[in-house]
Design a protein around this ligand. Structure first.
Ligand SMILES: CC(C)[C@H](C(=O)O)[C@@H](O)C(=O)O
Ligand code: SF4
Length: 470
């Protein structure tokens, strides 16, 4: 029988099928962070259970960590407590722990791939919704709840009903200034935030085939924002080149064996999906959100839609615009910007900083803008320095912070003040997401750069020539 990529990875991991119930799935890699693991460990302790495969579990501190002065003790008592708990639990159960100040520390969805923990054909879970990021490698990766974290720690398995399948094809070539973030925001704007609920999505087509691993991670990361359980892309040459030689990837004969499996990981030509959608990539513009969910996005040259033209309740829509301080029919270009945030597991990778640098190079940060450039990991931070991007940033009036989730969700010191506008490369623009009362416009690193140097929402294509992009 023909199979999709998802079927192939799923089927090889089923330990047990429960008649009329969920499948019991073996989990290859389990990532944990300080927010969703403490209660799971407490459960283990109470029941006197061990972690079954500590070598398959990896811990990093990211959500509650400060992004300056990381050498100093964490000032916020609650954050300090969470971080300490992760350290103590990891040490007690023999789990690799990459805490604050550790060379390998960074956002869980950035460091996993960097160290080769993320591999094609694997099953990967984490008590975190953006675990979908790892699907970029052709892995089945999804977020789980705290009680499931406990289940995986103790059994290395999880009970899961098999999701429905959806394939999203994006054909053709992307226009100048259009990045993977724009592709994802475009898809979410078409599907809405619940359009893929109950589905596991495979992204296919020329646009994804030509995309870098960083770009694919950005797209898969955002799958969750349209309600999908996860997203994945068939592994190819780009994937194998990225994965090869990383610390936790197979070496020698084991590599050849792994490759033999990985090469089978594509959807069979005659396999069918429960739902299939196709978009023309050449029609996508640089995107920006104007509302309070990631589906409220549009091409940057557009005007904010009228309530009657959008799906969903008019009241919710109006409430959303009111929160943002925007009106129907407004042009988004020219809207004031107070903060620019480049970072997160969506856009905190080297390519994102290259894109930002290519636009701010030779320009100056706008005086009214506070910019937080936050690398997703120490590897990204080091690369920014090595490639001379930091020099470009400093010359243009920017500084670089230290790795962490930062203003993506403001569980740390990096909070956008109430009422202020932020152009943010992160993934969620919910009310208060970046700080109580903060107003978020989600966009790509290029759009963020254009805002950072002009002080208002600006179409990056008006500032930069095609050839200037790295
Ligand atoms: C804290 C964590 C549970 C949460 C998630 O699951 O996504 C966070 O990472 C987020 O981005 O909102
Ligand atoms: S960077 Fe943001 S989305 Fe990613 S794990 Fe951290 S808080 Fe969640």
């Amino acid at each position: 029988m023909s199979k999709t990529l998802f079927d192939k990875v799923w089927d090889t991991h089923v330990v047990k099928k429960i008649e009329g119930g969920p499948d019991v799935l073996f989990i290859d890699r389990h990532l944990i962070h300080e927010v969703t693991s403490p209660v799971a460990f407490l459960g283990l302790k109470t029941r006197g259970i061990k972690v079954l495969y500590p070598e398959r579990t990896f811990a990093t501190a990211d959500h509650n960590t400060p992004t300056i002065n990381q050498h100093l003790p964490v000032a916020d008592p609650l954050s300090a407590k969470q971080l300490k708990a992760l350290e103590t639990n990891s040490n007690e159960y023999g789990i690799s722990y990459w805490g604050l100040g550790h060379q390998k520390n960074g956002i869980v969805h950035v460091v996993g791939p960097e160290y080769g923990i993320t591999q094609p054909g694997a099953t990967i879970v984490c008590g975190d919704s953006h675990t979908s990021t790892h699907g970029a490698f052709g892995a089945i990766a999804f977020g789980i709840g705290t009680s499931e974290v406990e289940m995986v720690l103790s059994t290395q398995c999880i009970m899961q009903p098999k999701a429905k399948s959806m394939r999203i094809n994006v054909t053709g070539k992307l226009g100048f200034g259009v990045t993977p973030k724009d592709v994802a925001l475009f898809i979410i704007s078409k599907l809405t935030t619940s359009g893929a609920t109950g589905y596991f999505v495979e992204y296919a087509g020329e646009v994804f085939e030509n995309m870098s691993m960083e770009g694919r991670m950005t797209v898969c990361n955002l799958s969750i924002e349209m309600g999908a359980r996860g997203g994945m892309i068939a592994p190819d040459k780009t994937t194998f080149e990225y994965v090869k030689g990383r610390e936790f990837t197979p070496k020698g004969e084991a590599w050849d064996k792994a490759m033999a499996y990985w090469l089978t990981l594509k959807t069979d030509a005659d396999a069918t999906f429960d739902k299939e959608l196709t978009f023309d990539g050449s029609t996508i513009e640089p995107m920006i959100t104007y509302g309070t969910n990631p589906g409220m996005g549009m091409g940057i040259s557009n005007h904010i839609p009228d309530a009657e033209d959008v799906e969903g309740g008019v009241t919710t829509y109006e409430k959303s615009l009111k929160y943002m301080g925007f009106s129907e029919g407004d042009s988004i270009v020219g809207k004031p910007v107070d903060f620019v945030f480049v970072g997160s597991c969506t856009n905190g990778r080297i390519e994102d900083f290259r894109a930002f640098a290519s636009l701010v190079k030779g320009r100056k940060k706008a005086a009214n803008v506070t910019a937080w450039l936050v690398p997703g990991s120490h590897i990204v931070e080091a690369q920014i320095k090595e490639e001379g991007l930091l020099d470009i940033f400093i010359e243009a009036g920017f500084t670089l912070r230290q790795p962490g989730c930062s203003a993506c969700l403001a569980m740390n010191d990096d909070k956008i003040p109430a009422g202020k506008y932020a152009v943010s490369t992160s993934n969620r623009n919910f009310e208060g997401r970046q700080g109580p009362g903060a107003r978020t416009m989600l966009a790509s690193p290029l759009v963020a750069a254009a805002a950072a140097v002009t002080g208002v929402v600006t179409d990056p294509r008006t500032l930069i020539h095609e050839l200037e992009l790295v």
